[in-house]
Design a protein around this ligand. Structure first.
Ligand code: AHG
Ligand code: MN
Ligand code: MN
Length: 347
């Protein structure tokens, strides 16, 4: 059958056939996420035409950030659709301080979903690529009851699925359920996502580094030396490159991640002396991307350990993030160990 007919729905059905004991709840949950993505995509495409989609709501979210109308729209839509799906027992979102549950009769499902409903908000009004991120855990509390905080406080390694939607020059959904990373491009005329990027593997060569360099003066020595090495400046060492890598930074993590996944690259959002945990959130930004990149043959670290091995302690906890080609992630861990952690130990 031609690849153009291989829809995300068919892919999910085929995955389900591999598990005869499966109840179909996961497949239905994923279908609801797909539906939400299509509706958000429709609204994103109208941004600029309608005043009620661009600009700010006037609210400040739990992160202390100004909420944009599209942040709010995407959050409301995910919450509404997933809440009534009957497959989740609770949800967590960047835009909600506490976990979110539906009415008692629907909040007994098998799963919890963690969401960054709209990633790259600062780029919305300039027509620059933005995304949505999701991650799914099986609940650890008994079924039949509403979900609880402990359902979310599981290491990323135990995720059952994660993915993102990138609203870019075309709209693509990339996801993994632990059996490879697959990309599906939205065919707007058919209104469905079609398999366009089966079994994505990050290229061997790391050609790109992605970091907001305006924070250079606040970086630790290890991070600064690593980025200098990417640019072939600073003190030379045994890891010296023949040519500098290219610098690419969009400011929408989904878009920066997707490009690096396809072209080969490393994305950095380090901690700084003032903000040791950086900006990005573990549960709905770092973990889903770490799960994807590891499935694609890459790695993700907080500078010391794998992101997927971190035991979360709160819904909105932040974490320094280094992810992309495995060798490069290992290398920056070594720079951090050598220049930052040793220094801390020596005093
Ligand atoms: P969000 O829009 O969900 O709040 O996330 C924005 C994040 C992420 O997409 C991006 O990598 C990062 O913020 C950019 O931050 P800086 O402007 O500090 O570089
Ligand atoms: Mn984000
Ligand atoms: Mn967001």
């Amino acid at each position: 059958m031609a690849q153009e007919f291989f829809t995300i729905g068919r892919h999910l059905s085929m995955e389900r056939l591999r598990f005869p004991e499966a109840t179909g709840e996961y497949t239905s949950l994923m279908s609801e996420i797909v539906l939400t993505a299509k509706i958000i995509n429709r609204e994103v495409n109208k941004a600029g035409l309608l005043d009620d989609i661009t600009g700010y709501t006037g609210d400040i979210n739990v992160q202390g950030e100004e909420v944009r109308k599209l942040d709010q729209y995407a959050d409301d839509l995910f919450m509404h659709i997933l809440k009534y799906s009957g497959h989740v027992c609770a949800m967590a979102s960047e835009e909600a301080e506490d976990l979110v549950r539906g009415p008692t009769y629907v909040n007994t499902g098998k799963y919890v979903v963690m969401l960054d409903p709209l990633d790259g908000s600062s780029n919305i009004d300039a027509n620059v690529s933005i995304g949505s991120i999701f991650a799914i855990h099986s609940r650890v509390t008994p079924t039949g009851e509403p979900g609880a905080l402990e359902d979310f406080l599981q290491p990323g390694r135990d995720l059952i699925a994660a993915g993102y939607v990138l609203y870019g020059s075309s709209t693509i959904m990339v996801y993994t359920s632990g059996r490879g990373v697959h990309g599906f491009t939205l065919d707007p005329s058919a209104g469905t996502f079609i398999l366009s990027h089966p079994n994505i593997q990050i290229p061997q060569e790391c050609k790109i580094y992605s970091v907001n360099e305006s924070y250079t003066r606040d970086w630790t020595e290890g991070v600064r030396r690593y980025v200098e090495r990417c640019k072939c400046i600073g003190e030379s060492d045994e890891h010296e490159l023949d040519n500098p890598m290219s610098s690419r930074y969009i400011g929408s993590m989904v878009a920066d991640f997707h490009r690096n996944l396809l072209y080969g690259g490393i994305f950095l959002y380090p901690g700084t002396v003032k903000k040791p945990n950086g900006k990005l959130r573990l549960l709905y930004e770092a973990n889903p991307m770490a799960f994807l990149v590891e499935q694609a043959g890459g790695a993700a670290s907080n500078g010391e350990i794998d992101i997927l091995d971190i035991m979360p302690t709160e819904l909105h906890g932040r974490v320094p993030l280094f992810m992309g080609n495995k060798d490069e992630v290992e290398l920056i861990e070594n720079y951090i160990k050598k220049y930052d952690l040793m220094e801390e130990l020596i005093g």
